[in-house]
Each structure stands twice: as structure tokens, then as C-alpha cells.
Ligand binder design. Sequence first.
Ligand SMILES: Nc1nc2c(ncn2[C@@H]2O[C@H](COP(=O)(O)OP(=O)(O)OP(=O)(O)O)[C@@H](O)[C@H]2O)c(=O)[nH]1
Ligand SMILES: [Mg+2]
Length: 469
Amino acid sequence: MKTGLFSRFIPRQLDENLNRSLDRQVKLAVTGLSRSGKTVFITSLVHQLLHASEANVSQLPFFRIAHNGRLRGVKAMQQPDLHIPAFRYDQAIAQLCSQTPAWPTPTSGISEIRLAIRYRSDNLFFKHVAPISTLYLDIVDYPGEWLLDLPLLSWSYEQWSQHTLEACQYEPRQSLSQEWQAFIRTLALDKAPTGDSIRQASALYTAFLHRCKSPEYGLNGLQPGRFTMPGDLEGAPLLEFCPLPPLSGRYTDNSVYGVMRKRYDSYKEHVVKKFYNEHFSSFDRQVVLIDILRALNIGNAAFEDTRSAINMILNSFHYGKSGLLSWLWGFKIDRLLFAATKADHATPEQLPNMEKFLQNMLAKSQQHATFEGVETQTMALASVKCTQAAEANYQGRKIPCIKGVPMSGQQAVALFPGEVPIEMPMAEDWSKDRFQFMEFKPPRLANVHGGLPHIRLDRALEFLLGDKF
Ligand SMILES: Nc1nc2c(ncn2[C@@H]2O[C@H](COP(=O)(O)OP(=O)(O)OP(=O)(O)O)[C@@H](O)[C@H]2O)c(=O)[nH]1
Ligand SMILES: [Mg+2]
């Protein structure tokens, strides 16, 4: 899964690797399930950096290099992989900062951005030899659905089928998968497929995944990722297969089971491995974005599903300390930030709860990373703050609330969206309407160059990049 030794010695690769070994380049993995806030996070991060050296240093008080005046300027550069589309920062920012602000369009393919960050070194040696240094920052954006494919790399077709069919023994998957399961029970798995049974089985399976993904159920652990977000593979036969129950007897490659299995292996080889090798095999830093409030809103099943999907994905990354020869042996992630996104959906005094909740939710993954020598942090943040803190009178008492324009409305409303628990709710603690975290429109900004309003994005930047300057 790592890049071959030979390819490391072609000049451009060597140059890139040397830059990384000398701490002049950082590859940041922005990881998160679909709709967790990756594109908005990248857009806001780029926007904050591009404007950081202007008059608005007060926007990023905890990003030290900006605050102490050592940041000379930041520029978007041509990205290293010319065959990959550029991240459309300009489009996303135009949508966010228009007269009627809108959220960026959901992502349907891969894109990449490289930033050159110029700064004044305060290193005792470099200060005299090369007072102005440049750090290159590479970020990739992609649809969250595709992340769920990474675990497939270590699963055989039989293992994946077993995993999926086991999950379908529980609600809501059990009811939602009825039609597909009934259809595959009619197939003679060890015989050659008749008519277009393979296509039909895969269409029913895909329809099942789409139902699981709908806002009503909000499930995330849906594989293969391209079935619900095909990108440029829309309609390709590579996407026509589905899991099947185990077959005890012998079967040929031309049987239903053999054909499905072969397509699964091709999908892994041509889609997942390519995606992993090109974009996910070599990161230095990682931020994992999690929309815990949405998961809490939908209910127990969605919450458990989100938790297991994230833990599953985190197993696909390399964690540990990268040494001086890391360009030879492969890069590893040495800083990992777990971030609860959209913190502006909760009242400000709930932020510590959000952070503790996230710590409890991902305790196992965090412990694993810490054991491997990775520095980890947990943070509640908002890439774009859409609400203001306010107070409301309720039965003669003042209670904290937030004020913002809901996605479905035109006027600002004030509301108390609910208390974020610290511990994981037990199955019996889930009651309908316990949480009412609402989605908001982006704010209308008077001055775009002042930087987008945010919550703790500067702390995130400091944790992810601060030690590189
Ligand atoms: N209030 C608030 N809402 C946010 C914030 N970030 C994201 N959102 C909301 O979450 C939605 C999804 O954000 P995206 O950044 O597009 O999510 P994504 O992870 O890129 O999603 P995919 O591209 O589908 O994988 C947005 O359309 C907003 O409604 C934030 O900082 N504050
Ligand atoms: Mg996106």
C-alpha cells in the first residue's frame, strides 16, 4: 500500500520527499463522513490563512505565527498532482460570501489545493542563513462517502458480505433491506446468472443504501462508497455487485457468486486501491471532523452507526512518529485532531460538553493513536460561525440561547437547542425530540476580507501546523 521504493527516486518525488523530511511541506488529511463539514472547513481554513497577514490578526489570536507578526503572506499555488482538479476555493468562497450567502455545493469528486505559507523564521540557525522560509501545505477534498471504502482494502468479499449481512439483522437496516434480501434469496448463487439478475440485485442493494442515507435514518456506514456517490463511475459495470450469503459448496467464476466476487475484487483493485494510494497513503497530520449534533438529533441507531463508521475509517491510516528517513520508509501521522464541527449549533457554554462527549465517543481510537506516539487533541469548532450567543426569558429565568437564520427561514430566530450530554446516552435514554440542533444559513458579511467568523479554528491551526514554523 506504500509507494514503491523505485518511484521515490524520480526527481519530482525526491524533491517533494526532501521538502517533507525537512519540515517544509505538510500533507493534511481532512477526514470526515459525508456532510460532516470538510469542504466548509477547508474553505474557511484557506480563507483565514490567505487573510491572516492582513490587518485582521485579531481573527486568529491562538495561531501564534499570525498573532506575533511572523507570517509574511500565504498564496494558493499550482497543486503537485496536475491530473487532479484544483479545489474550487474561489467558487466556495463566492457562494459563502455572496449577497444571499449559501453553503458550498456538496462534493462529488476529488480536488486538491496547495498553499505556500511564507514566514519569518525564529530558528537560531535559519534566522541568519535563510530568514524567510516557506511551508507548503497540501489538502485534498473528496466526498465523505468514499472514505468508507478504505476498510474494504483489508476485507475479502466473504468478510465484507458477512459484515454487511450481520448489520442487516438490526433495525433500521433490517426493514430497509427487505426487498434486496428477498431478491437475493431467489438467486441460485452457484449457477450462471440469468437475465439481468446481477444488475437487478445491485440496483436493489443501491436503493437500500440510499434509503439508509436519507435524512430520516442518517446512517453512514454504507459500503461501497461509490454506490451512493459514483462520481465519474456513474453507470459503470464495476459498480454492479452486492454482498451475498456464504456459499458452502463449490462454485465457478461464471456463477452468480463468482461474478459478484470478481467485481468486488475489481472494485477494490481499480477504485479503492487507487484512491488510497494516490490520496491517503502518506499524510503527516490529520483532522477528523465529526458532526455529533446531527447524529444526536437523529437518534440511537444513527449515533451508533456514526461512531462505528469513524472508528472503522481510522484503522486505515498510519499513525506514529515519522523519522528523518521517513521519505524512505513511509510517512506517518504524528498529530491527530478530533474536532466536533458546527459548534455554533449549540450554545457557547455547551462547548466543553461537546469536547468531553467526543472524547468519550472516540476513546478507543484516541488511546490507540496515543500509544503509537501520536499527539492528539479534541476540540469543538465551527469553521463558519452562523449564530450569536443570546439570552431568553423562560418562566421568569434567563436561559442561554443562540440566534441565527434557520435554513428553512428568512428571519433570525432565538432558540435553546438542548444540552449536549457528556456520556454516551444509553439505549433507553433516547427519546424523540430530546435534541433539536438546527441547521443555519451562513452569515451575511459586511467585509469579506475581515476573515470568516469562526469558533476555535485558530486553535485547530495552531495544533495542526504551529510546530512547523
Ligand atoms: N452552522 C454551521 N454549519 C456548517 C459548518 N460547516 C458545515 N456546516 C453545514 O454542514 C453542511 C455540510 O458541510 P460540507 O463542508 O459541505 O460537508 P462535507 O463534509 O464536505 O460533505 P461531503 O462533501 O458531502 O462529504 C453545510 O452545507 C452546512 O449546512 C459550520 O461551521 N457551521
Ligand atoms: Mg465536501
